[in-house]
Design a protein around this ligand. Structure first.
Ligand SMILES: [Zn+2]
Ligand SMILES: [Zn+2]
Length: 267
């Protein structure tokens, strides 16, 4: 089996004759090993069993696996003035998805919030002609399929243009990143991965070190995210999975959520 993919987290590994003994992402306390033990698959097996579902949410193209696979995140296609960005990544890439992206003008960057969504990022980059993948260097150790297409950025902020900024939030992972896009009359949009997690009421976000294992985020890390978010205006916030969005009033919702979090943990 070449380029094994972990069936629980969806991460693709470097080429190997036999799959690794364990998946470090799943063995980490932020994730979990599947209840049937470590299971490996690969891109070929996924393409036989899954399709990519292309949809539109709040006028943005979204892409996800169908049926649901692993953490089940979605990717979003952002046509910005910094270039066309694929925000987050998936374990499967298909010729149909590549054609749909090419029809919209191709891809200039793949940007990923944190290691849980690295997925098959190199496969995606190569399928679209070697697209640069931007990752925060603090999470370098979690790259399990290295590639010359990966570019690490450092510091707390990385401006791709006057309207697109990558913001290092930390907390969930040291390099956990949100993308802020200052759109025109539609108002700004925030793409925080799960550094700020849109909750089920879709009117708040929350902050956890581990979502599946319910390990709360340290209050100091939440304070840090709060200060990192200062000065960014946004109307809409797009969460990690399909339809998990706050459309309209998202900045106020985030402010309310910080208050709610600190009130909830107060003595
Ligand atoms: Zn895994
Ligand atoms: Zn995560």
């Amino acid at each position: 089996m070449s380029f094994p993919i972990c069936a629980t987290c969806g991460t693709q590994f470097a080429e190997s004759v036999s799959p690794p003994a364990a998946c470090p992402i799943c063995e980490d306390e932020r994730q979990y090993v599947g209840w049937s033990g470590q299971i490996w698959t690969n891109h070929e097996a996924l393409s036989a069993k899954y399709k990519l579902h292309l949809d539109e949410e709040a006028r943005l193209l979204t892409i996800g696996l169908e049926p649901a696979f692993a953490i089940n995140q979605r990717a979003l296609y952002l046509p910005t003035d910094a270039g066309n960005i694929l925000w987050e990544c998936l374990s499967l890439v298909t010729p149909e998805a590549v054609a749909a992206i090419k029809a919209r003008g191709g891809l200039d960057y793949i940007v990923i919030s944190h290691p849980h969504f690295y997925a098959s990022m190199v496969e995606w980059s190569e399928a679209l002609g070697g697209v640069p993948i931007l990752l925060h260097e603090a999470d370098k150790a979690w790259v399990l399929r290295p590639s010359p297409h990966i570019r690490f950025w450092s510091g707390d902020e990385y401006k791709l243009s006057d309207t697109v900024t990558l913001i290092r939030c930390g907390g969930h992972f040291d390099g956990s990143t949100a993308l802020h896009w200052k759109r025109g009359r539609e108002g700004g949009a925030l793409f925080p991965g799960d550094a700020l997690q849109v909750v089920m009421d879709r009117r708040h976000v929350t902050f956890m070190y581990s979502y599946p294992n319910y390990i709360p985020m340290r209050p100091g890390d939440v304070r840090h995210i709060q200060s990192r978010m200062q000065g960014y205006e946004f109307t809409d916030l797009f969460g990690f999975s399909a339809r998990r969005n706050i459309i309209g009033g998202a900045r106020e919702a985030v402010d309310r959520s910080f208050d709610r979090y600190f009130k909830a943990i107060a003595e």
